[in-house]
Design a protein around this ligand. Structure first.
Ligand code: ZN
Length: 223
């Protein structure tokens, strides 16, 4: 994993609207939820959404069980993945804070970091903060940010019994299974990794108490 090619040019910060939804995009418009199938034309449907970025702007989620909670756009970079960057990794994090604090941090433009998803420990509720198409600053490594989806889990690495709940494992595994299916990411420890395993990582989450065997078997069971 050390021979990742270096990209010569960064993508432009803003890109034209995407004409198609990738898959299973849920539009939250005018109080009504509408699920579109693969390749469905989404632009005209999302008329109450900001038009500049097409229908996949805020108000949309990539996973139907997630609730959109927009991060500050200082904490991610607009992109058009997987067209401009292949998505082939899922990075698992633990917040080292409570759910509400983590969500607030991701909404703070001064935080300079956010993940795509945040899973709540008590009930497995999932917030989506950054579109999967965009590059969230979560891995502490530019190339890994560009190639990955980041999932944060509410909790503290030294209190796994309190925070690494069955609800969180199950909800996160369902999310990871959905992501891995949509981008054809193998369900193994090379492609689903901890933040502490990202090259050059200075963070230690999710830590030694994260139950990888349990997590991957749950992902495989769903997928
Ligand atoms: Zn982390």
């Amino acid at each position: 994993m050390n021979d990742i090619p270096t990209r010569a040019l960064p993508p432009p910060r803003r890109e034209p609207p995407r004409p198609l939804v990738t898959r299973r995009v849920l539009l939250l418009g005018a109080g009504a939820a509408l699920t579109l199938g693969l390749g469905g034309a989404a632009v005209s449907v999302g008329s109450d959404l900001p038009g500049q970025r097409g229908a996949l702007r805020s108000g949309t989620v990539d996973q139907s069980s997630a609730q959109w909670t927009a991060a500050s756009d200082a904490n991610y970079r607009y992109a058009n993945r997987p067209e401009d960057y292949t998505i082939d990794r899922i990075v698992i994090h633990v917040t080292q804070s409570r759910f509400a604090s983590a969500a607030r941090a991701f909404q703070d433009p001064g935080h300079r970091a956010a993940a795509h998803y945040l899973v709540r420990a008590s009930d497995g509720h999932i917030a989506q903060l950054v579109r999967e198409a965009d590059v969230a600053y979560h891995a502490g490594n530019r190339e890994w940010n560009e190639r990955s989806i980041g999932i944060e889990h509410e909790g503290f690495v030294d209190a796994p019994n309190r925070w690494f709940t069955d609800a969180a494992y199950r909800a996160s595994a369902e999310l990871a299974a959905d992501i891995s299916a949509r981008y054809d990411i193998p369900v193994d420890r090379e492609h689903i990794v901890g933040h502490d395993e990202v090259p050059g990582a200075t963070h230690t989450d999710p830590g030694p108490s994260w139950d990888w065997d349990r997590y991957l078997s749950l992902v495989r069971a769903v997928r």
